[in-house]
Design a protein around this ligand. Structure first.
Ligand code: ZN
Length: 252
């Protein structure tokens, strides 16, 4: 059986599939992988969380960058990979998706908020750092235009920041825990477009594996977990999953 056939069979046999997605699924929608070599963070110095807290001009620069990404996210569309994930989760055997992406494309493909764990946050939203009240990016933009200063919370006057995990900001432990629980509960973990280098990405597939799940890795490059995976494919994601959909005759 070829790799597509094996992958289709793994999906057919699974009762509880979990997806783990990284930049590679969204580059197929035209979103730049900003952490990769040659990506934006190798050209522009990333803003550290402590500098955001300490300095008003750094906060304004951070917002300028957020609005730039927002335009990129708005211009992008979910692709066949995002649609496949949403389809599986909507039907009987999908538990959820853990993602390193901040672009909101899984939700735009139809994944509901209760099925997604965004371990690096969401760049299409903002929240108060003190009371966690939400603010939309367009409200933040209006605030800056009106006041010439970085947005403050309407409720408590706390600093508002894009709802992403910034460089130097601790990873939200509730999300890491939710991701680990999902990995423990699944019988099939499918990595889509992550090089599995940073934590907790590097360990989540191992948690699934230790719990007896099958591990599949679809990624352009080799990862350090390829050797322990049940199936590894260095292929385009959307195109491959579309073939799986076709081969299964819409039965997944
Ligand atoms: Zn607040």
């Amino acid at each position: 059986m070829d790799a597509i056939g094996q992958l289709t069979e793994l999906f057919e046999l699974s009762q509880n599939t979990v997806f783990f997605t990284g930049a590679g699924i969204s580059t197929e929608s035209g979103i730049a992988d900003f952490r990769s070599p040659g990506g934006i963070w190798s050209q522009i110095k990333p803003i550290q969380y402590n500098d955001f807290l300490a300095d008003e001009s750094t906060r304004l620069e951070d917002w300028r960058r957020r609005f730039h990404f927002q335009r990129e996210f708005d211009a992008a569309l979910p692709n066949d990979g995002h649609r496949f994930v949403a389809d599986i989760l909507e039907r009987k055997h999908g538990l959820g998706v853990i993602t390193q992406n901040i672009d909101g494309l899984h939700q735009r493909a139809g994944v509901t908020e209760d099925r997604i764990v965004e371990i690096h946050g969401n760049g299409t939203k903002a929240t108060c750092l003190d009371c966690h009240s939400p603010m939309s990016l367009s409200q933040a933009k209006d605030f800056i235009e009106l006041n010439g200063s970085a947005p403050r919370c309407e409720r408590c006057n706390g600093l508002v920041k894009a709802a992403v995990v910034s460089f130097g900001q601790p990873m939200p432990q509730t999300k890491v825990l939710a991701a680990k629980q999902m990995a423990e509960a699944c019988d099939l973990l499918v990595v889509l477009g992550s090089s599995l280098v940073v934590q907790p990405a590097a360990t989540i597939p191992l948690i699934a594996k230790q719990g007896g799940a099958k591990l599949v890795i679809l990624n352009k490059e080799v990862t350090h977990l390829d050797a322990v995976a049940d199936l590894v494919m260095h292929v385009p994601i959307g195109e491959t999953l579309k073939q799986v959909q076709t081969l299964s005759d819409g039965d997944l």
